[in-house]
Design a protein around this ligand. Structure first.
Ligand SMILES: O=C(O)CCC(=O)C(=O)O
Ligand SMILES: [Fe+2]
Length: 408
């Protein structure tokens, strides 16, 4: 029997790291900087790394402890009220505990989905430049680089678009979320994804606390909870989603192994150490540094994935299967942010994929208590102040008062 390679299946639609690096040019002085950095990494690897046995051991011990994490959804909420409606029954909860997602279910009719999509696109073309939650500075950088797009700039869309708040409060979504997250659920980020023909895919990632490029976790639970349920995404397809136009892909069960998430943050905090752990060759190192220093966010995320695979081993994923999530317009997928997910590039000629996502968490979780966040732009990381009220209630009432919640 042929040896299974989940990784090969996962990388369908993505080029090799070298192809990714060859896809953009750098100037002479940038080239020089890459070489200087290469010298530093080599010096580090030869003279410092041998002294850092403890640090290396600590890293691999920490990784070892993240391999087999449990996910248990408390059942008392279901038992206590024997609720019906769209609340999940024990069989559905078993499925979630095992797989980290709920299979797509209908929340809007096809015509409602179409109508909402038209409304959002109208909003994008008329008013998108009006209300800026990411700061003028970030908007101007994005515009200068032709990157002022619906995905990035619209991190808090439901704050200004009421029909989005209404969508995520529908019982089909909110009662399912409450079955897993408890009786107080809020949404702290809401985004649109417009993947037009020719758009790149999103590389595989997992995300427990949404630290992203920042220094600190953005979601800080104040009660003990499994990392896989700190945040659930309610991802609603407003067009059909197919392999050709860039549907989502998941590795069911992968929220039980949080090593990838850990390495994404670790590499940010220990850049040279992390690079010096990578297999060594000058061409590979050149490729890594070219991307790390001058790649776009998309290209950098491919780098993060590939370098993590180098450390974890190519067969790391073989215990999982890849599932392509084909969806009809109007269906919703709920999945743990810690479940590895990705999407195909849009290889169709004229079929755009449009979706909206609500990132939801229990009210006892503090959302970016510092009130600031960072955004990765073409000119580096830029800090911005979070909107005064970045959250809205999806289910129940907020009894904690840790986060500001929009009134209606
Ligand atoms: O829509 C996509 O392609 C990626 C979505 C995603 O990663 C997310 O919603 O967390
Ligand atoms: Fe994601």
């Amino acid at each position: 029997m042929a040896k299974k390679s989940t990784l090969k299946e996962m990388l369908k639609g993505f080029g090799s790291l070298k192809e990714v690096a060859d896809g953009f040019q750098i100037t002479g002085s940038q080239y020089l900087r890459v070489w200087v950095m290469m010298g530093l990494v080599v010096l580090y690897k030869v003279f410092i790394l041998p002294w850092q046995k403890d640090k290396k051991k600590q890293l691999f011990d920490d990784l070892g402890s993240l391999k087999n994490m449990t996910l248990t959804v408390p059942r008392d909420m279901q038992e206590k009220s024997k609720r019906d409606g769209c609340f999940l029954n024990n069989k559905e909860l078993d499925f979630f505990e095992k797989n980290g997602y709920l299979p797509p279910f209908r929340v809007l009719s096809e015509s409602e989905a179409k109508q909402l999509k038209n409304e959002l696109q109208e909003e994008f073309s008329c008013d998108f430049h009006g209300e800026i939650y990411l700061s003028e500075k970030i908007k101007n950088i994005a515009k200068r680089h032709g990157q002022w797009v619906i995905e990035g700039a619209g991190l808090y869309q439901a704050l200004r678009i009421k029909s989005l708040r209404e969508l995520f409060r529908r019982p089909q979504i909110s009662e399912r979320l409450a079955s897993i997250l408890g009786d107080e659920v809020m949404c702290w980020r809401s985004q649109m994804f417009h993947k037009s023909p020719g758009s790149e895919g999103t590389i595989w990632h997992q995300n427990a606390t949404f630290r992203e490029s920042g220094k600190y976790a953005k979601l800080q639970p104040t009660q003990k909870m499994d990392p896989a349920v700190i945040q659930l995404n309610a991802w609603v397809a407003l067009t059909d989603c197919t392999e050709e136009n860039g549907c989502l892909r998941l590795l069911p069960g992968s929220m039980a192994d949080a090593r990838m998430d850990y390495l994404y943050s670790y590499s940010q905090d220990n850049k040279i150490f992390y690079l010096s752990l990578q297999p060594f060759s000058f061409t590979y190192l050149f490729t890594l540094l070219k991307i790390a220093l001058y790649g776009t966010i998309f290209v950098k995320s491919v780098l993060l994935f590939r370098t993590a695979v180098e450390l974890l081993g190519e067969d790391y994923f073989d215990k999982f299967d890849v599932v392509d999530i084909h969806m009809k317009a109007g269906e919703c997928l709920i999945f743990s942010s810690l479940n590895m997910h990705a999407s195909y590039p849009n290889t169709s000629k004229e079929d755009s994929r449009f979706s909206v996502v609500a990132r939801c968490t229990p009210n006892h979780v503090k959302v970016a208590p510092s009130g600031v966040d960072v955004y990765s732009t073409a000119e580096g990381l830029v800090e911005y102040k979070l909107p005064d009220v970045p959250n809205f209630q999806v289910f129940g009432e907020d009894a904690y008062g840790y986060n500001k919640i929009i009134e209606d």
